[in-house]
Design a protein around this ligand. Structure first.
Ligand code: ZN
Length: 361
């Protein structure tokens, strides 16, 4: 569910527009005129106050048909996560049936390696990030029967290190993101017994900081994205007692800027994807009411593309499927009407989590 982009810390959390490394102002790349019927539909809804659901659904359905665009090629390495963001958003919108299920399931199974792990695309190396996305996609479609859970779980368990942490792949990078991916994956597959869960949660606890937040490895600064993975991993592994809920709650609610949006660290600009990283963390520690949901909703809605659909990181930037999903998921956590409920720990629709037998209550 995350982005794999080397380099600057924040770049691992956000594909910057369309995975292109820069924020792109809206209108600079998509020149096509909206069709007459589209204009008529848009005018009946005010995007400043309403989620234009049909536009977002049409935007996501169209994404896979634009295979000759630069954006499509530039995001090729993370296609598996792109599919997860797309179908999760469509499911929350109640439009999952509009996606080509057979094509998606066949893509997912083609990305699996004999070792059990999945790549971000066909013939790409396996990685925990894409293995989780693949398992999430199969879970949403209730088609985990297409894969051997033992094979996947053995691959995931093989990446646990002596200190309880997880490497993302055979190259050995360590990060609390990978602990989250591993535990989420194993929990969905009901194979938690294959790893040392206590050691895994103790490693996450060791990544905690004096401000209540968590970093990627012990000693790294707190970042909202890492906090989601740390708290999520602790929630799945039964280690939430390692979290100082009030201290962390204060750090998280200070991420809300006067414009209503949330940032990932102090002094940074607000960004729609942090609606998810921050809100889900607040939800997991029962502090969701510590920010203004109303102002955050206004910010997310202001990032919609009223003509072509999709949600961007900030108002007037180019929309992408990553921010579209996390914007909709954030609104779902805020209780926006007519959206399916999303689970803050698994980033999956609540009905999927319930079907898997993983509900918290
Ligand atoms: Zn972002």
């Amino acid at each position: 569910m995350f982005v794999t982009k080397e380099g600057e810390d924040a770049g691992r959390w956000c594909p910057d527009g369309r995975g292109l490394g820069t924020h792109i102002p809206r209108g600079s790349a998509r020149a096509e005129e909206p069709q007459a019927s589209t204009i008529a539909e848009t005018s009946s809804l005010d995007p400043a106050t309403t989620l234009i659901c049909h536009k977002h659904a049409d935007y996501i359905v169209a994404l896979d048909k634009e295979k000759d665009t630069f954006e499509y090629v530039a995001t090729e390495h993370l296609r598996m996560s792109g599919v997860y963001w797309g179908i999760s958003a469509m499911d929350l919108l109640g439009r999952l049936d509009d996606m080509n299920k057979d094509e998606i399931l066949s893509f997912v199974t083609e990305c699996q390696h004999p070792c059990g792990g999945f790549g971000g695309n066909i013939k790409h190396d396996p990685h925990l990030l894409y293995t989780l996305s693949a398992v999430q996609i199969l879970a949403i479609y209730d088609r985990l029967d297409l894969v051997d859970p033992n094979l996947i779980a053995t691959y995931v368990a093989g990446l646990q290190q002596e200190d309880g942490s997880f490497a993302g792949d055979e190259w050995g990078e360590i990060d609390t993101r990978f602990t989250y991916c591993a535990l989420s994956c194993l929990s969905i597959l009901h194979k938690m017994e294959l790893v040392d869960v206590k050691k895994a949660t103790e490693f996450v606890a060791a990544c905690g900081n004096f401000d209540g937040g968590f970093g990627a490895t012990p000693g790294d600064e707190s970042h909202a994205g890492q906090i989601f993975t740390a708290v999520g991993a602790l929630a799945i592994g039964g280690g939430l007692s390692h979290v100082d809920k009030d201290l962390l709650g204060w750090w998280l609610c200070e991420r809300q800027v006067p414009a209503g949006g949330l940032n990932g660290r102090p002094e940074k600009l607000p960004d729609v994807c942090y609606s998810w990283w921050v809100l889900s963390s607040l939800s997991m520690i029962d502090r969701l009411s510590w920010i203004s949901g109303e102002k955050l909703q206004e910010f997310i809605l202001s990032c919609q593309d009223p003509e072509n659909g999709g949600i961007s990181d900030r108002p007037d930037d180019m929309a992408d499927v990553f921010h579209t999903f996390f914007g909709i998921a954030g609104l779902s956590l805020l209780g926006y009407p007519n959206l399916k409920a999303v689970d803050p720990i698994y980033a999956l629709p609540v009905d999927t989590v319930a079907r898997l037998g993983l509900s918290r209550i």
